[in-house]
Design a protein around this ligand. Structure first.
Ligand code: ATP
Ligand code: MG
Length: 241
């Protein structure tokens, strides 16, 4: 396992954005495609209650089984109708390294979630010009799913930094936070206002995207840490070499 990285929230919140202009140009077509995908998700919401939607934000460089198990566990225990994975916009750098292009991160996330009828991937963050702020992510998903009850899923490391997020109060008003355990990090909501976060034990997966990337660099196997299709995608596109 790699050394603890407490930069997740900062990565989502503070990353300068070099490709914003490109995304703005390409944005509307991509957004149309994303809308089509949302529309085809065949989840039936039980009558008499609102749709319950989990939001899992991340860099997903690459997505791994830690992300997927956390989302699946929260979906089961919170009776979620769906979980939307939202890859961040393109930060020019994430803690001393360049982040893979958004399209690769988006496609790996699609590959990894494709077989789960309740999982889908949103382009809202990668298509929005400028920095990725969670408040915008939640607002955009709320617009796609009007009337839904939203649950923002975050690992123990990212939860620590949540108060530094832009418009954190607004985020708390729009969604409930689910903080999940992550090996190597202490899970606590003591720094947060009461009643906005639920802490949850999920099966321990000592996996990080950083460790997966390091393994690729060292020609070590990444099978079983990430879904098979993601292993193949990484090889096909020569990522992390
Ligand atoms: P990196 O090493 O590049 O920072 P990462 O593995 O931390 O990657 P992110 O995309 O940064 O993955 O994380 C997205 C979200 O998933 C964060 O809320 C993070 O806390 C959570 N998360 C990541 N890995 C795990 C894991 N193994 N168990 C539980 N939650 C996780
Ligand atoms: Mg991280």
């Amino acid at each position: 396992m790699t050394a603890p990285d407490h930069q997740d929230a900062a990565d989502r919140e503070d990353a300068p954005d070099r490709e914003a202009a490109d995304r703005q140009d390409a944005g509307s077509g991509a957004r149309d495609a994303a809308d089509r995908q949302d529309a085809t998700l065949a989840v039936e919401v039980p009558a008499g209650r609102s749709r319950r939607v989990g939001i899992m934000g991340g860099t997903f460089d690459p997505i791994h089984h830690g992300h997927l198990v956390a989302a699946s566990e929260v979906a089961d225990l919170f009776d979620l109708d769906e979980v939307v994975f939202v890859p961040t916009g393109q930060p020019w750098q994430k803690v001393h390294r360049t982040v893979s292009p958004a399209e690769h991160r988006y496609l790996m996330t699609v590959v990894a979630t494709a077989s789960n009828p309740r999982f889908w991937v949103s382009r809202v963050d990668i298509d929005r010009p400028g920095l990725t702020y969670t408040v915008d992510t939640v607002r955009d998903i709320a617009a796609i799913r009007p009337g839904a009850e939203l649950f923002f899923i975050t690992g123990a490391d990212a939860l620590q930094a949540i108060l530094s997020w832009k418009d954190a109060e607004l985020v708390f008003q729009m969604c409930h936070l689910i903080g999940v355990t992550r090996p190597g990090y202490h899970l606590s909501g003591d720094h947060l206002p009461p009643d906005i976060v639920t802490l949850l034990d999920v099966p321990a997966m000592a996996i990080s995207s950083s460790a997966v990337r390091e393994r690729v660099v060292g020609s070590r196997p990444i099978w079983y840490l990430v879904p098979d299709g993601v292993v193949q995608y990484i090889g096909k596109h020569q990522l992390y070499r």
